[in-house]
Design a protein around this ligand. Structure first.
Ligand code: HGY
Ligand code: MN
Ligand code: MN
Length: 433
């Protein structure tokens, strides 16, 4: 029983989006892209500050709902605030779902997350143009707080839904200003009282496919506009609290100091050494200093480590090595050290059957004549979290510089169009057969 045919993009008809030429997969993409572009854009940095439950996030959510309703899709926010735009019966089961996230890291780029969401709507518009009949329900999603930029934990919306984040732990999340996750949700107009596992919802998903800008240069090196994900490296975030003794920067002899900044600095260098030794990645990218005065020796230096590796044993080795070095430095300097793991995602191997199905569907579509490349990534995604509950796959769109989590993040328009065409082919192959 067909579950529905998609309506076209706002103002479009089957053959043209209100212009004289044949509609291309990228047309509705560009108008959506331009609408979303100013939301959360910081004028000085040129980066995005779309933090979970902030005003910018609320505006992104309003944009998502407007796109859904303009296409006659049924919009809903689930118990965790994730957004869903449905074509067909959400309760029928075996749905094909696509989408990504709209939140960003501090001064993030325009593509990480939004490319997947905008491309999902554009792919649906393309399927409208093709006149396909869906035989399975289809949904487009916006998963909340994927980056964890405000509360420190990645993929909060998908972790809650998948039962990978305890409600009590989620309710304890607090931002740098001391605002808790529930308070932030309430201020944004959402009820935090409903957050929790959503197994029935996930059980109704037959396949989840997330399109994402590549965060690396593999496709640039192979010359392909689109790739398929094989796996996500295990990765996590650890907070190192170095406690010393606050004192006057201008009157305290060096020999009399207990300066945690020195121990922190030595640990950052040790992290690079351990990463080089093990072939892993280790980054201290965020720091908080108390009292944070130019003329005051700190009492506390908080440093956040992001570490990733191709396998769990290597990740364990590099983090253990960094912590061991930090404790030695702290011991020697009379500094107190606490290390807390704040976020962790085990290795994800995407389901082979769905991965290979995408390869079959896309065979011969690339402009290289070769099969679409299959590549691993060190970047985390909602698809990685959901893969424990639902068959998931990912499509990557070429990023010519590989730069991400930066205003310089970019993908060429033609590659975005290739991504939309590929996603449309995949959705048609999975949901219209
Ligand atoms: O940090 C990551 O890998 C992702 O961008 N959240
Ligand atoms: Mn990201
Ligand atoms: Mn992302």
């Amino acid at each position: 029983m067909p579950s529905g045919t998609p309506k076209g993009p706002p103002g479009a008809s089957a053959t043209s989006p209100g212009t004289s030429r044949q509609w291309r997969a990228g047309d509705s993409f560009l108008s959506m892209w331009r609408e979303l572009a100013p939301v959360g854009l910081h004028p000085d940095s040129g980066g995005y500050r779309r933090y979970a439950w902030s005003a910018a996030d609320v505006d992104c959510r309003a944009w998502f709902r407007a796109q859904a309703e303009a296409r006659g899709l049924t919009h809903e926010s689930d118990r965790n605030g994730n957004q869903w735009a449905w074509l067909g019966d959400p309760l029928a089961g075996n749905a094909v779902v696509t989408g990504s996230h709209l939140d960003s890291v501090p001064d993030g780029g325009a593509f990480d997350g939004p490319l997947g969401v905008v491309s999902s709507f554009a792919a649906l518009d393309e399927l409208h143009r093709r006149g396909v009949e869906f035989t399975r329900p289809l949904a487009i999603t916006n998963f909340g707080d994927e980056e964890g930029a405000r509360f420190g934990l990645a993929c909060v919306g998908s972790r809650l839904a998948a039962g990978q984040l305890a409600v009590a732990d989620a309710r304890r999340l607090r931002d740098a200003d001391g605002v808790t996750l529930p308070a932030a949700m309430e201020r944004a107009g959402y009820d935090p009282g409903t957050i929790g596992p959503d197994p029935q919802r996930l059980a109704r998903i037959g396949a989840f496919v997330e399109l994402h800008v590549e965060q690396g240069r593999a496709l640039d090196l192979t010359g392909d506009p689109v790739g398929i994900a094989s796996a996500i490296w295990p990765h996590g975030r650890w907070r190192f609290d170095f406690r010393g003794e606050a004192n006057h920067a201008g009157t305290t002899r060096l020999a009399d100091r207990r300066d945690p900044m020195l121990t922190y600095a030595e640990t950052v260098l040790a992290a690079r050494r351990e990463a080089e030794l093990t072939g892993a990645l280790a980054t201290f990218g965020k720091i908080a200093v108390e009292p944070n005065g130019v003329n005051a020796i700190p009492s506390l230096v908080r440093g956040w480590l992001d570490s990733r590796a191709a396998d769990q044993a290597t990740l364990d080795a590099v983090v253990t090595g960094i912590e061991r070095a930090a404790r030695e430095y702290a011991e020697r300097a009379g500094i107190d050290l606490d290390v807390v793991r704040e976020s962790f995602t085990p290795v994800v191997e995407f389901e082979h059957a769905l991965r290979d199905e995408l390869g079959r569907i896309l065979e011969g579509t690339g402009d290289t004549g070769r099969p679409v490349p299959v590549l691993g990534t060190g970047a985390g995604h909602d698809a990685g979290i959901l893969s424990a509950s639902v068959p998931t796959a990912m499509l990557f769109v070429r990023n010519p510089t590989g730069i991400s989590h930066s205003p310089a993040e970019h993908a060429a328009e033609d590659d975005c169009t290739a991504g939309i065409e590929a996603l449309a082919d995949v959705l048609e192959g999975l949901a219209c057969s």
